[in-house]
Design a protein around this ligand. Structure first.
Ligand code: PLP
Length: 414
C-alpha cells in the first residue's frame, strides 16, 4: 500500500475522542505514547462481544462459549501474523508490557531442567534509556538473588554505545533486556544487531516493545529475539491486555509462571500436570473482551498498513522539527538518526509541570514529568521533561496549536 497523506485525515474521524474537549477547548491529543485513543472498530467490537456474544472461554460446552474461545484463539493467530512470529503458540496473553517483563524476570530466574536458575553474581544487561518497567523487575532480582545489573550508556544524541554493550558480555551474562524504542528519546535501538551480539555469546534477549509495536512494522522472527512484549492500549486497543512473544526455542523450557485454572491438564494434591504452551502460561480467566478489542485494533492497523503509519508519523515529526527551528528556547532530548514520532523537551527555565498545566488549559494533552525513566532524567540533568507524541489521528494543525501555545508560555515567563 502506498502512503497517502490525505487518507489520514479520514482516519482521524474513526476516533470519537478526536471530537472531545479538554478544559472546555477542542482536545489536541499529543500523548499517544502514554496511551492511544481507540477507533470505533475497537469500541464496537468490544460492545458487540459484551452485548451479544459474551461467555467465558475454554470451558463452556455451549455455542457462545465455543465461539468466544474461537475468537480468542483467532486473535492469537492474528497477533502472530502482525508481529511475524512463526507459531501461534509463541504468543502469550498477559496484562501488558509490565506483566510481560515480570513474567520473564520471574520464570528465567527460576531455571528449568535445561537451564540453571539465576544466582548471585549473574549479570543482566540493561540500558540507560529503560522505562521503570524494565528496571524495577531486575532490581528486585538484584535484591532477592544478588544478580548484577550492567547498564549500557547512551551518547548525547540518545543512541546506545554498542562498544560498551559488546564489552559487557562474559560468562556471567544471563540476559539482555532492552527497549526497542525509548519512550522519552524516541530512539529506535538496533535490535537485530544487539540480538546477534547477544546470541554470539549464547545470551538470550528480551525486548520491551511498548513504544515500537504501535509505530513500526514488526517481525520478531527477522529480529531473531527470544522474548518480545507490548501493551494493547498503546496500539489503539483496550487496557488490561498485552502480548508476550516467547521464541519457540524457550517455549518448552520455561516453568509455569502463575498457577490456577485454565493452565493444567490434571490436578491432585500430590501432582499437577500442565497444559501445553501457550495455555500453561495463562492461568485464570483472561481479559477476554480486551483480547477481542486487540484483535479489532490489529485488523484496523493492518488495513492502514504499518508502513503507512510509520510514514505518517515521520511526516509529522519532520514538520515539528522544522517548526522547532524558530523556537531556539526549546531544548530537545533525543536526536537519534532512527526515531519514532515523539519529542521530549524543556522550554527555557520554565518547569515542565508548568508547561503541562498551561497546555492543558489550552486543550492540549501532553505528558510532563520523569516519564517513568528517572535514570534518563539524571543522565540529561533535568528533573523532568515535556513530551509530545504522535499517533494515526494527529495532523499538522495539532502541531501548530502546540507551537502557538508555546509562544504564549514564553510570553508569560519573560
Ligand atoms: N516500556 C515502555 C518503553 C513504556 O513506554 C511503557 C509505558 O509507558 C511501559 C514499558 C509499560 O507499559 P504498561 O504500563 O502498558 O505495562
Amino acid at each position: 500500500m502506498i502512503y497517502d497523506a490525505a487518507s489520514f485525515s479520514t482516519y482521524r474521524h474513526d476516533f470519537p475522542m478526536m471530537a472531545a474537549t479538554n478544559r472546555g477547548k477542542p482536545l489536541v491529543f499529543l500523548d499517544s505514547a502514554a496511551s492511544a485513543q481507540k477507533p470505533l472498530a475497537v469500541i464496537n467490537a468490544m460492545q458487540q462481544f459484551y452485548s451479544q456474544q459474551y461467555a467465558n472461554i475454554h470451558r463452556g460446552i455451549y455455542e457462545i462459549s465455543e465461539s468466544a474461545s474461537h475468537q480468542f484463539e483467532q486473535t492469537r493467530e492474528t497477533v502472530r501474523q502482525f508481529i511475524g512470529a512463526k507459531k501461534a503458540e509463541e504468543i502469550i496473553f498477559v496484562s501488558g508490557t509490565t506483566a510481560g517483563i515480570n513474567f520473564i524476570a520471574n520464570t528465567l530466574s527460576l531455571g528449568s531442567d535445561n537451564r540453571q536458575a539465576f544466582k548471585a553474581g549473574d549479570e543482566v544487561i540493561l540500558t540507560e534509556m529503560e522505562h521503570h518497567a524494565n528496571i524495577v523487575p531486575w532490581y528486585l532480582l538484584a535484591k532477592r538473588i544478588g544478580i548484577r545489573l550492567r547498564v549500557v550508556p547512551i551518547n548525547d544524541e540518545g543512541e546506545l554505545d554498542l562498544a560498551v554493550y559488546q564489552s559487557f558480555f562474559n560468562d556471567k551474562t544471563k540476559l539482555v533486556a532492552v527497549s526497542h524504542v525509548s519512550n522519552v528519546l524516541g530512539t529506535i535501538n538496533p535490535i537485530k544487531t544487539m540480538a546477534e551480539m547477544a546470541h554470539h555469546h549464547n545470551v538470550p534477549i528480551l525486548v520491551d516493545g511498548a513504544q515500537a509495536a504501535p509505530h513500526l512494522p514488526l517481525n520478531v522472527t527477522q529480529l531473531d529475539v527470544d522474548f518480545y512484549t507490548f501493551s494493547a492500549h498503546k496500539l489503539y486497543g483496550p487496557t488490561g491486555i498485552g502480548v508476550l512473544y516467547i521464541n519457540e526455542r524457550f517455549l518448552h523450557d520455561l516453568p509455569p509462571y502463575q498457577g490456577g485454572g485454565n493452565m493444567i491438564r490434571t490436578v491432585s494434591f500430590d501432582e499437577v500436570t500442565f497444559a501445553k504452551p501457550p495455555h500453561c502460561f495463562e492461568a485464570g480467566t483472561p481479559s477476554i473482551a480486551s483480547v477481542i478489542g486487540l484483535h479489532a485494533a490489529i485488523n484496523y492497523l493492518s488495513t492502514i498498513g504499518m508502513d503507512n503509519v510509520r510514514a505518517h508519523e515521520l511526516e509529522l515529526l519532520d514538520y515539528a522539527e522544522t517548526q522547532l527551528k524558530s523556537h531556539p528556547e526549546i531544548t530537545i532530548y533525543g536526536r537519534a538518526k532512527e526515531k519514532v514520532g515523539l519529542l521530549s523537551f524543556t522550554l527555557g527555565a520554565v518547569h515542565p509541570h508548568d508547561i503541562g498545566t498551561i497546555l492543558d488549559h489550552a486543550g492540549i494533552a501532553v505528558r510532563a514529568g520523569h516519564h517513568c525513566a528517572m535514570p534518563l532524567m539524571e543522565r540529561f540533568k533535568v528533573p523532568a521533561m515535556v513530551r509530545i507524541a504522535f499517533g494515526i489521528y494527529n495532523n499538522t494543525a495539532d502541531i501548530d496549536h502546540f507551537f502557538q501555545a508555546c509562544e504564549s508560555i514564553k510570553g508569560m515567563f519573560q
